[in-house]
Design a protein around this ligand. Structure first.
Ligand code: AMP
Length: 126
C-alpha cells in the first residue's frame, strides 16, 4: 500500500511558489534547490514537479519524459557542481529517503545530492 500524496507538504508549497527556496536549476519536470539544513558543503535537493511521495511511486507512475528529465538533471548537477570522482578524490552521494524507517521528513519524492567533503560510511553500524 502506498501513502497518499499530501499537497500541503513543504516541497509542494515551494513548487507553487508559496514559500521561498534557493533554486539552482529548473527543467520542464524537475526542480533543484539548496537544502535549508545542509549536511555537507554541497547539499542539493532534486524533486520532480509531479505529485509522488517516494522514489518507488515515481518509478512506477511517472511518465518516461519525467523520469528522463529528473535522472538527467541529477547527473548534470553532480558534474556542474564539481562533484565528479577523480583519482585524487571528489565524488558525491545520492540519497532518497522513503517512509518512517528512513526518516523521510518531507513526503514529496526527492534526492539529496551531497558532496564537497568526505562523507564517511553509508550508515552507522547495526
Ligand atoms: P528527508 O528526510 O529525506 O525527507 O529530507 C528532507 C530535507 O528537506 C531535509 O534535509 C531538510 O533540511 C530539507 N528541507 C526542509 N524544509 C526545507 C525548505 N523549506 N527548503 C529547503 N530544504 C528544506
Amino acid at each position: 500500500m502506498t501513502i497518499a500524496y499530501d499537497d500541503q507538504n513543504i516541497f509542494a508549497k515551494i513548487l507553487r511558489g508559496e514559500i521561498p527556496s534557493e533554486p539552482i536549476a529548473e527543467t520542464e519536470h524537475s526542480l533543484a534547490f539548496r537544502d535549508i539544513r545542509p549536511q555537507a558543503p554541497v547539499h542539493v535537493l532534486v524533486i520532480p514537479k509531479g505529485a509522488y511521495v517516494t522514489y518507488a511511486d515515481f518509478a512506477r507512475d511517472a511518465s518516461e519524459a519525467e523520469i528522463v528529465d529528473f535522472t538527467r538533471l541529477v547527473g548534470q548537477l553532480a558534474e556542474e557542481l564539481d562533484l565528479v570522482p577523480s583519482p585524487g578524490g571528489g565524488g558525491h552521494r545520492l540519497i532518497s529517503n522513503a517512509g518512517a524507517d528512513a526518516h523521510q521528513e518531507v513526503p514529496h519524492m526527492h534526492i539529496h545530492l551531497l558532496g564537497g567533503r568526505a562523507l564517511g560510511g553509508l550508515l552507522p553500524a547495526m
